[in-house]
Write a protein that binds this ligand. Sequence first.
Ligand SMILES: [Zn+2]
Length: 482
Amino acid sequence: MTLHVYDHVTRSRRQFEPIHPGKVGMYVCGMTVQDKPHVGHMFAFVACDMVRRYLEYLGYEVTHIQNFTDIDDKIIAKATEEGIDFREVADRNIALYHEYAEVLNIQPAHEYPLVTGYIPEIIAFIDGLIAKDHAYASGGDVYFRVRSYDDYGFLSGRHVDDMRSGVRVEVGEKKDDPLDFALWKTAGDDEPGWESPWGRGRPGWHIECSVMSTKILGNHFDFHGGGRDLLFPHHENECAQSCCGTGEKFVNYWLHNGLLYLGDKKMSKSDGNFFAMGDVLAKFSPEVIRFYLLNAHFRSQIDYSEERLRASEAALDRLKRGAARLHEMLASTVDPVPEGLVSEPGEILAKAIRKHNRRFFAAMDDDFNSAGALGALFSLVRDLNQYYSAAGAAVLDAGILRDAWEFYAKGVDILGLLQGGLEALAGVGKNEIPAEILQLALDRDAARARKDWAAADSLRDEIQTKGFRVEDGPSGTQVHPS
Ligand SMILES: [Zn+2]
């Protein structure tokens, strides 16, 4: 199977095709930083990180851009309430985001554009929309003319004529049509603002993402992420602005993660229905939280409860113990093994590893189904336990156990499950041979298999430099403490 991703146009999964061979552009709607991140926010970023890791594993060079909305009515309200500059509010919450992202093992984006860093570009983009009659200025504001874009509603599957009833016009808005939305809003004298052809003001929310994504990634790019609650109107509006502004296609695949529910309501700061990340981290390790968030398909809804987090803690522990035991087993299979001799339980295990490996990648290829992939890792743990009880002390199967280890390590890495990757998985310190050294031995075997003697020699030297003795056994590289 090859990677298939859900496509909003055909409403089905279709084979992933990058716009530029070997490269992927991914824009993720980041936080509006009026307050501390909660678990619901971080879910979107963990999901996109998992997607990015898998794309990178497949060999794509991913450019990951994630913005921060650092100017907005709520940020201004917060700053006014505290009597400080809006930048202070934004900066302290951005710093918190980075802190949480790091412990949740989310790889840093390549760039974190800020709205306040893109004001001239935003003004120029709005100007372009006005020139094409997709937008109009009205009393210091600028609005996008929704009915000027025929495809409006395609992303969320709505029709413009059905939208009228739900639309609210705020006091002071001077729109030609209630459906139209603000691109630029006039700012009061005591509010932060920038000079523009339409007077002093600030950007509306949706325009920033159209401008920053296309400026950095190009007009047409591969992936756009964000929570399902952003689908309408935010992403629908982004599509309208971008397609009308650039005259080109905008995004190929939308990564809308499901929402985190608390009771029967979505986790939301504005409703007061949320768990702040800091409070959850005081009770559960970031590894457990990440595992919990990935143990469902990212597009599905997740119900948040401490009970479920505790279950995740136990499950992750099972996975870790399975790995530590495998590592111990590997460390004890250092004696030369007669070539071709494999125990019967070993044969069964070898077959199981191949099956779980296929299952893991079939799940990831199926629209990044991390829950299915985790299921394959747990099946490996179960089959390893069966192997240990059947094989007893007669360990002949170093090669097979290495295959199991390699699959384990790859799975953990792709899902970003453990901060320390392999080393953490092995519980290094308790064992004679560190996981890092075992990995070098595996790499050396792979180099030898492809007859890359230079690489094999340099890997041998590397292992020796790190204080271990290398021998060539019939089942591959053997490492001993020197
Ligand atoms: Zn956005």
